[in-house]
Design a protein around this ligand. Structure first.
Ligand code: COA
Length: 180
């Protein structure tokens, strides 16, 4: 079986290459930059801006590759995208992992999202998770299409859960059963 924690160089549709690998502590600044760039666009993720580098380091240190994991797309030491999975904290939900992904502008729609999601799902299967869950803003057609193409099904809608600039948006809950 291939190690889901491997570092692997991949070629994107536009011929650029990135290395997909688990995060390490040295990624903190670059990860914060990536999150802040995506957050500043306001329309894709809940987070707007992080400033606290110590909090970022604590967050990063918590990924152990067993209960949770963070994969990054690294190009010459700069992180241009990341995907994470957080395992359930309670015994009753330990089979479930919550997934998140953020790729910065300029690196989208060339296959990286699918590569990162596939790696997360591969890791989840090897770790014995039975279900992947995520939340997506209803207006985020690109992300929803990606998740649907991977087999995620819509499980619910939280109406007007987010306010983006001057408009409310729904949050769609999606799930993918990984078990038998
Ligand atoms: C959403 C996101 C993860 C998708 O990753 P990506 O690298 O841009 O997408 P990919 O090139 O891997 O394409 C994967 C699939 O997404 C869908 N997709 C891509 N571009 C699309 C578009 N413009 N419109 C609709 N669907 C689109 C397609 O199903 C595509 O599959 P295909 O290439 O086999 O047709 C990425 O764009 C991103 O991080 N966006 C900003 C942050 C964000 O939205 N995070 C998710 C929050 S829930």
């Amino acid at each position: 079986m291939v190690d889901p924690m491997r570092a692997e160089r991949v070629t994107l549709r536009d011929a650029r290459t990135v290395t997909i690998r688990p995060s390490r502590m040295g990624d903190a600044e670059s990860l914060m930059r990536n999150a802040n760039l995506v957050g500043a666009e306001a329309v894709y993720i809940l987070l707007d801006h992080i400033e606290d580098m110590e909090a970022e380091r604590r967050w990063l240190a918590a990924f152990d590759g067993v209960h949770n994991v963070l994969f990054v797309a690294d190009t010459a030491g700069e992180i241009v995208g990341s995907a994470d999975c957080d395992g359930g904290n309670f015994p009753k939900t330990q089979h479930v992992g919550g997934v998140g992904i953020a790729i910065r502008d300029g690196w989208r729609e060339v296959g990286l999202g699918r590569i990162l999601m596939n790696r997360i799902l591969e890791w989840m299967r090897v770790r014995g998770f039975k279900k992947a869950e995520l939340c997506v803003f209803a207006s985020n057609a690109r992300a929803r299409r990606l998740y649907e193409s991977l087999g995620f099904l819509e499980e619910g809608v939280r109406r007007r859960r987010v306010r983006i600039r001057d408009a409310y948006d729904d949050e769609v809950l999606m799930g993918l059963w990984l078990g038998d």
